[in-house]
Design a protein around this ligand. Structure first.
Ligand code: KG4
Ligand code: ZN
Length: 356
């Protein structure tokens, strides 16, 4: 069995976890701790990078001691140390990566530099040991909205991305417009449950389009106009927004699974990951889509959807066992990356501000 310590600090969650896994299906989260910075950022309506980096720096070291104590382990019992090395808010990424480097050097353990997006992409395999490559992944978080063909560890083909806003960003902006505070996704979901999804006519950008990509900027603007019109109940706007966003996601994912997606080849399952995967209505719609295509649907438990360190430890494990003979870990000179696409060969999508 292999024990990996994972660290996450790329946005506004400070997290550490210990994952134990072996060649059989055995995989156990031995311990995990997470500290949200919602309270620090709430007054500003979004994440303030400098505040985030300072909070990570204050919390990470005691948190690592905490998870080791929770698991009854010492650093010497750990086989490797994995940390998010990008993409993300660079100050925070540097805090986690430098901490991992220091521990790796002090304890003489391999360092594993993990792509945060790969953490999300592989999280479903921590939750569902039978999930085999290749699978179609909808990765929907605060910074990304992509459809990816996950062919193996480190082997991704991006089939679609957003040409403007990320899906989680659209939820967060809708929450801001409706005065629901930050973070917005869970608040919009709660309010939407009380509203009528047919009450407010909203656009479905790029629905039915021949190009594979997502777009949410027009939907966000329509939400703002609907709110300013002053004739709709906030819960109806929330419900109508959520329904429109889900319709877009289902249309685009369906395209990727259908005839247009056949070029990508057969897949073993439809998988959703990232913070928006915590949305129950989204999960239900994707589950129905997978069933219509006779595919298993895999969605990690809610705590593994939003940012966490267990997924970083798990991705570290997957990289660790896939390593070539004689690999001693990533170099201590590995540089934190603000941008780090999973598919570096993907053609740029049209549009400004693309989050590739
Ligand atoms: O993956 P994540 O925790 O952080 C990033 O890597 O971005 O995703 C955070 C995003 C935020 O935009 C948040 O509003 C959204 O995921 N989110 C949700 C829900 N929970 C979190 N969106 C819709 N419904 C939810 N229940
Ligand atoms: Zn994330």
């Amino acid at each position: 069995m292999t024990i990996i310590l994972g660290l996450e600090s790329s946005c506004d969650e400070t997290a550490a976890a210990l994952v134990e896994a072996g060649p059989s299906a055995a995989r156990v989260i031995l311990a995990q701790r997470i500290a949200s910075q919602d309270a620090e950022h709430a007054p500003y309506g979004g994440v303030v990078p400098e505040i985030a980096a300072r909070a990570h720096a204050e919390r990470l070291a005691p948190m690592i001691a905490g998870v080791l104590a929770d698991a009854g382990l010492a650093l010497a019992d750990v086989d490797a140390i994995a940390a998010t090395a990008g993409p993300g808010l660079i100050g925070g990424v540097m805090v986690g990566l430098v901490t991992a480097k220091a521990l790796a050097m002090a304890a003489d353990k391999p360092l594993i530099a993990v792509n945060h997006l790969e953490g999300h992409a592989l999280s479903a395999r921590l939750a569902e040991p039978s999930l085999a490559f290749p699978y179609l992944l909808l990765l929907a978080s605060g910074g990304h909205c992509q459809l990816l063909l996950v062919r193996g560890v480190g082997d991704y083909r991006r089939l679609a991305t957003t040409i403007d806003d990320a899906l989680g960003e659209a939820f967060d902006k809708t929450a801001k417009i409706l005065g629901l505070g930050y973070p917005g996704g869970p608040a919009v979901e709660r309010l939407a449950a009380k509203g009528d999804a047919r009450a407010v006519p909203l656009p479905r950008p790029l629905k039915g389009s021949a190009e594979p990509h997502f777009s949410f900027a027009g939907l966000k603007s329509a939400v703002l106009r609907a709110h300013q019109a002053g004739v709709h109940q906030p819960e109806d706007i929330a419900a109508s927004f959520q329904r429109a966003a889900i319709d877009c996601v289902i249309d685009r994912t369906s395209r990727a699974l259908g005839a247009a997606g056949e070029a990508a080849g057969p897949v073993s399952a439809l998988v959703v990951a990232g913070g928006v995967a915590a949305n129950q209505a989204m999960r239900a719609a994707l589950q129905a889509l997978a069933a219509a295509h006779d595919l298993p649907f895999v969605a990690p438990p809610l705590a593994l959807c939003t940012d966490n360190a267990a997924m970083i430890a798990w991705a570290g494990y997957e990289k660790f066992i896939a390593r070539p003979q004689g690999w001693l870990g990533d170099g201590l000179d590995f540089v934190a990356r603000p941008r780090w696409p999973l598919d570096p060969d993907a053609a740029p999508a049209r549009g400004a501000g693309v989050k590739a």
